[in-house]
Design a protein around this ligand. Structure first.
Ligand code: ADP
Length: 493
């Protein structure tokens, strides 16, 4: 409830007091002024809601006060008090903005009625103002909410396409252009087929709207980028269950698909890589059982050797797999210890000799004159070196040659393995350290492998702060150089 402040401006005391009496006990705050000057002064000082104003006063008359109020305090409701003889003046005052008039002599009831009307007007004005303020605030909130939603919609990583019930695009976010690789400009106002080439996705929207269900589909948008998308389409209905259109969200699942494909390839590769040598070992064991009683001893030895080689291949594959998965999961703890370079390399050369001899490959080992030591995890470094050296044997045809050498310079020890093998083309060279990468071609068709060896070598070498250099000439040979920081160098005696 508003507190109404009323000022009575009249030069006649009886009128001032009569009006005051008529309005007493109604909860108003009432003040009185004897003339126009005092009235204006009090309005300036205290502020009022209603002014009961005598038009005919000595000094500043009621009209002057009225025009001052209209100019300076237009919210004040002015009720003019005038004699019956001067009703025309009251009409004039109302034309100049007075709210109403009271003719003298007046009854207290009449005064109350007129003042009540002015109070009603003020109350209504206040309520209207409040409503207007509330409306402005809620409009601001709606605007804010809309812009918030717009921002969220624009920043979403998923593509969103909204259609009307005829399948015409009515809205989309920027991600839609990117993910769906939309060429049409603009998309809005065009049928879905202008933005999605894949028929499955278009039918999905029809199906969602026709059956009122959420439909999910995976599809390739058919672009050169080999993307794979998953789309969820939902029908949109009004409160009264009338179909309005559809909302479809598209997520790029190319990476998931690629991982799935890699997993399947991996399982197939491991199964194949384990099965082939195991089958040949089984056959050789069978041959040993059947033949050894009758065959000469050297034939059995040959079979034994082949079984050993195949078993070692298998073990290396399993070892590579286990090491790589451990390295990738970050659970490997390197047991660093000072190792003598010459010793570890000599050991590997010795193991490699029978394999190389089996293919009639000449192995030359030239250690440097320095006795160098490095701080490494023996098992991991040995596996890495073994992979490089056995690759050289594997990818060098019968009768070829391998040169293994070491050198020390600039605080680094270098192990160089040079072969006269099939070599690696310029295009394949940047990929040989990728997991599961194998060069596909005539020369490698019959050579088994997993494509894991070199990725493991790279992980191990880099974990020991070393690096790898590779040079290759197809048909001539390949040279791998592994370099590590040395911890100690002694002169060989
Ligand atoms: P794989 O088990 O296939 O040998 P790697 O990761 O050890 O896997 O090697 C990746 C690919 O690099 C091989 O498939 C092969 O094509 C090529 N490669 C590695 N070493 C040599 C080499 N010394 N000579 C020729 N090609 C090689």
């Amino acid at each position: 409830m508003l507190e109404i402040r009323i000022l009575i401006v009249d030069d006649e005391k009886v009128i001032r007091e009569g009006v005051e009496r008529a309005l007493a006990g109604r909860g108003y705050v009432i003040d009185k002024a004897e003339n126009g000057e005092q009235g204006i002064q009090m309005i300036k000082e205290k502020g009022f809601d209603i002014v009961l104003l005598d038009l005919m006063m000595p000094g500043i008359d009621g009209f002057t006060v009225l025009s001052w109020i209209k100019e300076n305090e237009p919210h004040i409701q002015v009720i003019v008090i005038t004699g019956f003889a001067t009703v025309s003046k009251a009409v004039l005052a109302m034309k100049q903005g007075a709210f109403d008039f009271v003719g003298k002599p007046f009854t207290p009831d009449y005064i109350r009625i007129v003042v009540d009307r002015a109070v009603d007007k003020l109350t209504m004005q206040a309520e209207t103002e409040k409503l207007r303020e509330e409306m402005t605030l809620s409009l601001e909130a709606i605007n804010k909410e809309q812009s918030r939603l717009k921002t969220v919609f624009s920043c979403m990583a998923e593509a969103v396409l909204i259609t009307d019930r005829h399948g015409v695009v009515v809205h989309h976010n920027p991600a839609a252009i990117k993910i769906l690789e939309i060429q049409t400009d603009p998309v809005i106002g065009k049928p879905l087929s202008a933005s999605i080439r894949d028929n499955t996705a278009i039918l999905m929207v029809d199906e969602a709207m026709a059956n009122s269900v959420v439909v999910t589909r995976e599809f390739a948008p058919g672009s050169i980028s080999r993307k794979f998308l998953r789309a969820h389409c939902a029908p949109v209905k009004s409160d009264t269950n009338i179909l309005l259109g559809s909302v479809t969200a598209f997520e790029d699942i190319s990476t998931h698909k690629q991982i799935d494909r890699m997993k399947s390839e991996f399982v197939a590769m491991v199964a194949h890589e384990l099965k082939a040598p195991l089958a040949s070992i089984e056959q050789m064991i069978y041959a040993l059982q059947v033949d050894c009683e009758h065959e000469a001893a050297h034939s059995c030895n040959r079979l034994h050797n082949r079984i050993t080689v195949r078993t070692r291949d298998l073990l290396r594959l399993i070892e590579n797999l286990l090491n790589l998965s451990k390295l990738e999961s970050g659970t490997v703890v390197f047991n660093l210890e000072p190792i003598r370079g010459h010793e570890i390399i000599k050991d590997i050369v010795d193991i490699t000799m029978p394999q190389a001899e089996g293919k009639n490959i000449k192995v030359l080992y030239t250690p440097c004159k320095e006795d160098w030591w490095f701080n490494v995890d023996y098992d991991h470094i040995r596996t890495a070196f073994m992979n490089i050296v056995s690759n050289a044997v594997k990818y060098t045809p019968e009768g070829g040659q391998m040169e293994i050498s070491t050198s020390v310079n600039g605080g680094l020890a270098n192990l160089t393995v040079k072969d006269s093998g099939i070599g690696i083309s310029e295009q394949d060279l940047p990929h040989i350290f990728d997991r599961f990468f194998r060069v596909k071609g005539k020369a490698t068709r019959h050579i088994t492998g997993s494509g894991l060896g070199l990725s493991l070598v790279k992980e191990v070498v880099e974990a020991h702060k070393g690096y790898i250099d590779v040079k290759s000439d197809p048909g001539v040979g390949t040279t791998f150089t592994l370099s590590f920081p040395v911890t100690e160098i002694k002169e060989l005696v």
